[in-house]
Design a protein around this ligand. Structure first.
Ligand SMILES: [Ca+2]
Ligand SMILES: [Ca+2]
Length: 283
Protein backbone atom coordinates (compact mmCIF):
# COMPACT_ATOMS: atom_id res chain seq x y z
CA UNK A 1 0.00 0.00 0.00
CA UNK A 2 1.44 3.36 -1.00
CA UNK A 3 1.30 6.31 1.36
CA UNK A 4 -1.40 7.82 -0.88
CA UNK A 5 -3.50 4.69 -0.49
CA UNK A 6 -2.99 4.69 3.27
CA UNK A 7 -4.16 8.29 3.42
CA UNK A 8 -7.29 7.42 1.44
CA UNK A 9 -7.92 4.42 3.69
CA UNK A 10 -7.47 6.59 6.77
CA UNK A 11 -9.78 9.27 5.39
CA UNK A 12 -12.38 6.63 4.57
CA UNK A 13 -12.27 5.01 7.98
CA UNK A 14 -12.41 8.44 9.65
CA UNK A 15 -15.47 9.31 7.58
CA UNK A 16 -17.07 5.98 8.53
CA UNK A 17 -16.36 6.60 12.21
CA UNK A 18 -17.86 10.08 11.93
CA UNK A 19 -20.98 8.65 10.29
CA UNK A 20 -21.33 5.99 12.96
CA UNK A 21 -20.84 8.56 15.71
CA UNK A 22 -23.73 10.63 14.35
CA UNK A 23 -25.92 7.57 13.99
CA UNK A 24 -25.22 6.52 17.57
CA UNK A 25 -26.38 9.89 18.88
CA UNK A 26 -29.95 8.82 18.41
CA UNK A 27 -31.46 5.46 19.31
CA UNK A 28 -35.19 5.23 18.72
CA UNK A 29 -37.04 3.49 21.53
CA UNK A 30 -38.41 -0.01 20.97
CA UNK A 31 -41.32 0.11 18.57
CA UNK A 32 -40.30 3.29 16.83
CA UNK A 33 -38.19 4.26 13.88
CA UNK A 34 -37.49 7.70 12.56
CA UNK A 35 -36.95 9.69 9.40
CA UNK A 36 -33.23 9.00 9.58
CA UNK A 37 -33.56 5.23 9.47
CA UNK A 38 -32.23 3.40 6.45
CA UNK A 39 -34.83 0.85 5.42
CA UNK A 40 -33.56 -2.71 4.88
CA UNK A 41 -35.95 -3.37 2.04
CA UNK A 42 -36.92 -1.62 -1.16
CA UNK A 43 -39.99 -0.34 0.64
CA UNK A 44 -39.45 3.16 1.84
CA UNK A 45 -41.03 2.91 5.23
CA UNK A 46 -41.77 6.17 6.96
CA UNK A 47 -41.11 7.57 10.38
CA UNK A 48 -43.45 7.25 13.32
CA UNK A 49 -44.89 4.35 15.26
CA UNK A 50 -44.28 1.01 13.59
CA UNK A 51 -47.33 -0.59 11.95
CA UNK A 52 -49.59 -2.07 14.57
CA UNK A 53 -47.99 -0.02 17.33
CA UNK A 54 -48.85 3.40 18.60
CA UNK A 55 -52.12 5.07 17.78
CA UNK A 56 -51.83 5.06 14.00
CA UNK A 57 -52.76 2.24 11.69
CA UNK A 58 -50.09 0.74 9.45
CA UNK A 59 -49.79 0.81 5.68
CA UNK A 60 -51.59 -1.86 3.66
CA UNK A 61 -49.89 -5.28 3.62
CA UNK A 62 -47.23 -5.53 0.92
CA UNK A 63 -49.29 -8.05 -1.04
CA UNK A 64 -51.99 -5.42 -1.57
CA UNK A 65 -49.62 -2.65 -2.63
CA UNK A 66 -49.59 -1.74 -6.30
CA UNK A 67 -46.16 -0.36 -7.14
CA UNK A 68 -46.06 2.20 -9.91
CA UNK A 69 -43.20 4.03 -11.62
CA UNK A 70 -43.79 7.78 -11.83
CA UNK A 71 -41.54 10.05 -13.88
CA UNK A 72 -41.01 13.47 -12.30
CA UNK A 73 -38.61 15.66 -14.26
CA UNK A 74 -35.27 13.81 -14.33
CA UNK A 75 -36.27 11.29 -11.63
CA UNK A 76 -38.27 8.10 -11.54
CA UNK A 77 -40.08 7.24 -8.31
CA UNK A 78 -41.56 3.86 -7.55
CA UNK A 79 -44.61 4.66 -5.47
CA UNK A 80 -47.31 2.61 -3.79
CA UNK A 81 -49.83 5.41 -3.36
CA UNK A 82 -52.25 7.12 -5.74
CA UNK A 83 -51.14 9.87 -8.13
CA UNK A 84 -53.65 12.60 -8.97
CA UNK A 85 -53.25 14.24 -12.37
CA UNK A 86 -55.04 17.43 -11.40
CA UNK A 87 -56.66 19.16 -8.43
CA UNK A 88 -60.15 18.02 -9.47
CA UNK A 89 -59.03 14.41 -9.11
CA UNK A 90 -58.12 14.80 -5.43
CA UNK A 91 -60.29 12.93 -2.92
CA UNK A 92 -62.84 15.06 -1.06
CA UNK A 93 -61.08 14.62 2.28
CA UNK A 94 -58.13 16.64 1.00
CA UNK A 95 -58.87 20.13 2.28
CA UNK A 96 -56.54 22.60 0.60
CA UNK A 97 -56.33 26.28 -0.14
CA UNK A 98 -54.76 27.59 -3.32
CA UNK A 99 -53.47 31.04 -2.42
CA UNK A 100 -53.60 33.90 -4.94
CA UNK A 101 -50.82 33.81 -7.53
CA UNK A 102 -48.01 36.27 -6.83
CA UNK A 103 -45.54 37.64 -9.37
CA UNK A 104 -41.86 38.28 -8.87
CA UNK A 105 -39.23 39.78 -11.15
CA UNK A 106 -36.28 37.47 -10.92
CA UNK A 107 -32.62 38.55 -11.06
CA UNK A 108 -32.52 36.64 -14.35
CA UNK A 109 -34.66 39.50 -15.70
CA UNK A 110 -37.99 37.81 -16.28
CA UNK A 111 -41.15 37.66 -14.19
CA UNK A 112 -42.35 34.36 -12.78
CA UNK A 113 -45.56 33.52 -10.92
CA UNK A 114 -45.95 31.61 -7.68
CA UNK A 115 -48.90 29.83 -6.14
CA UNK A 116 -48.78 28.56 -2.57
CA UNK A 117 -50.93 25.51 -1.86
CA UNK A 118 -51.82 25.03 1.80
CA UNK A 119 -52.87 21.47 2.62
CA UNK A 120 -55.06 21.63 5.71
CA UNK A 121 -56.11 18.01 5.95
CA UNK A 122 -54.78 14.73 4.64
CA UNK A 123 -51.38 14.66 3.01
CA UNK A 124 -49.84 15.38 -0.37
CA UNK A 125 -46.42 13.88 -1.01
CA UNK A 126 -43.69 15.64 -2.97
CA UNK A 127 -44.30 13.33 -5.94
CA UNK A 128 -48.06 13.93 -5.78
CA UNK A 129 -47.44 17.70 -5.52
CA UNK A 130 -45.00 17.68 -8.44
CA UNK A 131 -47.56 15.93 -10.66
CA UNK A 132 -50.29 18.39 -9.60
CA UNK A 133 -48.00 21.34 -10.41
CA UNK A 134 -47.22 19.82 -13.79
CA UNK A 135 -50.94 19.41 -14.47
CA UNK A 136 -51.36 23.14 -13.92
CA UNK A 137 -48.64 23.97 -16.45
CA UNK A 138 -46.05 24.77 -13.79
CA UNK A 139 -43.53 22.98 -11.63
CA UNK A 140 -42.60 22.93 -7.97
CA UNK A 141 -40.81 26.21 -7.22
CA UNK A 142 -37.22 26.06 -8.38
CA UNK A 143 -35.27 28.69 -6.51
CA UNK A 144 -32.22 29.76 -8.47
CA UNK A 145 -31.19 32.87 -6.53
CA UNK A 146 -31.15 34.23 -2.99
CA UNK A 147 -33.66 36.87 -4.13
CA UNK A 148 -36.13 34.35 -5.47
CA UNK A 149 -35.66 32.18 -2.37
CA UNK A 150 -36.39 35.16 -0.10
CA UNK A 151 -39.48 36.12 -2.09
CA UNK A 152 -40.98 32.63 -2.10
CA UNK A 153 -40.20 32.18 1.60
CA UNK A 154 -42.00 35.47 2.33
CA UNK A 155 -45.16 33.82 0.95
CA UNK A 156 -44.96 30.93 3.44
CA UNK A 157 -43.28 32.52 6.45
CA UNK A 158 -45.98 31.35 8.84
CA UNK A 159 -46.40 28.39 11.18
CA UNK A 160 -49.51 27.33 9.30
CA UNK A 161 -47.38 26.31 6.30
CA UNK A 162 -44.94 24.27 8.40
CA UNK A 163 -45.75 20.86 9.81
CA UNK A 164 -44.25 20.21 13.23
CA UNK A 165 -43.54 16.83 14.73
CA UNK A 166 -46.13 16.49 17.53
CA UNK A 167 -45.15 15.91 21.13
CA UNK A 168 -46.04 12.25 21.27
CA UNK A 169 -44.94 11.17 17.83
CA UNK A 170 -41.61 9.57 18.63
CA UNK A 171 -39.73 9.47 21.94
CA UNK A 172 -37.82 12.63 21.05
CA UNK A 173 -40.38 13.59 18.41
CA UNK A 174 -37.55 14.84 16.22
CA UNK A 175 -37.20 17.69 18.69
CA UNK A 176 -40.37 19.30 17.17
CA UNK A 177 -38.59 19.97 13.89
CA UNK A 178 -40.76 21.51 11.18
CA UNK A 179 -41.11 20.40 7.59
CA UNK A 180 -41.93 23.31 5.30
CA UNK A 181 -43.62 23.55 1.91
CA UNK A 182 -42.15 21.36 -0.80
CA UNK A 183 -39.90 22.95 -3.44
CA UNK A 184 -38.73 21.71 -6.83
CA UNK A 185 -35.34 20.18 -6.09
CA UNK A 186 -34.87 16.46 -6.74
CA UNK A 187 -31.78 14.35 -6.22
CA UNK A 188 -30.75 11.92 -8.93
CA UNK A 189 -27.64 10.14 -7.72
CA UNK A 190 -26.65 6.76 -6.38
CA UNK A 191 -23.69 8.13 -4.43
CA UNK A 192 -23.45 8.55 -0.67
CA UNK A 193 -22.81 12.28 -1.10
CA UNK A 194 -26.01 14.02 0.03
CA UNK A 195 -24.99 17.15 -1.86
CA UNK A 196 -24.59 15.36 -5.18
CA UNK A 197 -27.11 15.10 -7.98
CA UNK A 198 -29.61 17.81 -7.09
CA UNK A 199 -31.57 19.23 -10.01
CA UNK A 200 -34.45 21.68 -10.37
CA UNK A 201 -37.71 20.59 -11.95
CA UNK A 202 -37.54 23.83 -14.00
CA UNK A 203 -34.50 22.41 -15.78
CA UNK A 204 -32.38 25.38 -14.71
CA UNK A 205 -28.82 24.78 -13.42
CA UNK A 206 -28.37 24.05 -9.70
CA UNK A 207 -26.08 27.01 -9.04
CA UNK A 208 -27.71 28.30 -5.86
CA UNK A 209 -28.53 26.36 -2.70
CA UNK A 210 -29.61 27.25 0.81
CA UNK A 211 -29.47 24.07 2.88
CA UNK A 212 -30.19 24.35 6.61
CA UNK A 213 -27.09 24.30 8.79
CA UNK A 214 -26.78 22.81 12.25
CA UNK A 215 -27.12 25.64 14.79
CA UNK A 216 -27.79 24.00 18.17
CA UNK A 217 -29.01 27.38 19.43
CA UNK A 218 -31.93 25.91 21.34
CA UNK A 219 -34.43 28.05 19.45
CA UNK A 220 -34.17 27.77 15.68
CA UNK A 221 -32.41 24.41 16.07
CA UNK A 222 -33.41 22.48 19.18
CA UNK A 223 -32.14 19.18 17.79
CA UNK A 224 -28.93 18.36 19.68
CA UNK A 225 -27.83 16.19 16.79
CA UNK A 226 -25.87 17.56 13.85
CA UNK A 227 -28.77 18.23 11.53
CA UNK A 228 -26.94 20.04 8.75
CA UNK A 229 -28.87 19.38 5.54
CA UNK A 230 -29.02 17.57 3.20
CA UNK A 231 -28.44 14.49 5.33
CA UNK A 232 -30.28 11.64 3.68
CA UNK A 233 -28.32 10.44 0.66
CA UNK A 234 -30.02 7.47 -0.95
CA UNK A 235 -33.36 7.92 0.79
CA UNK A 236 -34.11 11.65 1.10
CA UNK A 237 -34.22 12.71 -2.53
CA UNK A 238 -36.71 15.58 -2.47
CA UNK A 239 -36.68 18.88 -0.60
CA UNK A 240 -38.51 21.86 0.77
CA UNK A 241 -38.16 24.65 3.30
CA UNK A 242 -37.16 23.52 6.81
CA UNK A 243 -35.80 21.33 8.59
CA UNK A 244 -35.49 23.40 11.76
CA UNK A 245 -37.76 24.38 14.66
CA UNK A 246 -39.24 27.61 13.30
CA UNK A 247 -40.22 28.57 9.73
CA UNK A 248 -36.92 29.15 7.94
CA UNK A 249 -35.91 30.04 4.38
CA UNK A 250 -33.33 27.26 4.46
CA UNK A 251 -33.93 23.83 3.00
CA UNK A 252 -34.08 20.25 4.20
CA UNK A 253 -33.99 17.06 2.15
CA UNK A 254 -36.88 14.69 2.79
CA UNK A 255 -38.03 11.18 2.04
CA UNK A 256 -40.03 11.12 -1.18
CA UNK A 257 -42.69 9.17 0.73
CA UNK A 258 -43.19 11.95 3.29
CA UNK A 259 -46.83 13.04 3.41
CA UNK A 260 -48.25 10.68 0.83
CA UNK A 261 -52.01 10.77 0.61
CA UNK A 262 -53.71 8.43 3.04
CA UNK A 263 -50.49 7.53 4.80
CA UNK A 264 -51.25 5.54 7.93
CA UNK A 265 -54.65 7.16 8.03
CA UNK A 266 -53.07 10.35 9.28
CA UNK A 267 -55.46 13.29 8.93
CA UNK A 268 -52.55 15.66 8.68
CA UNK A 269 -48.89 14.91 8.88
CA UNK A 270 -45.37 15.54 7.69
CA UNK A 271 -46.14 18.48 5.43
CA UNK A 272 -48.60 21.34 4.99
CA UNK A 273 -48.20 22.24 1.35
CA UNK A 274 -46.09 23.19 -1.62
CA UNK A 275 -45.31 26.07 -3.98
CA UNK A 276 -46.03 25.99 -7.72
CA UNK A 277 -43.99 28.21 -10.05
CA UNK A 278 -45.14 29.29 -13.49
CA UNK A 279 -43.06 30.88 -16.27
CA UNK A 280 -46.14 32.76 -17.49
CA UNK A 281 -49.27 33.92 -15.67
CA UNK A 282 -51.51 30.84 -15.27
CA UNK A 283 -55.13 30.95 -16.42
CA1 LIG B 1 -28.66 20.45 15.91
CA1 LIG C 1 -33.08 15.78 5.80
Amino acid sequence: MTSKHILIALATSTALLATQAVAQDYTPAEGYYDLSDQPDTGMFVQGGPKPGQGKLSGPPPLGEVQMEDVQVGPATFTVNYPIFDNFDALPEDVDLIREPVQSFERPEGDTHYYEVVLVNSMNISWVQAAILAQGEGGYLASLTSAEENAFVFSLVDDDKYFWEFPDDYTPDSHYRIKIGPFLGGVRVSDTEDSLAGWQWLSGEPWDYSNWAQNLNDGVTDRDPRNNTQPNGAGRQNVMGFGELNVPVPTWGDYWDTVAQYGERGMPSGYNKGFVIEYDTMPN
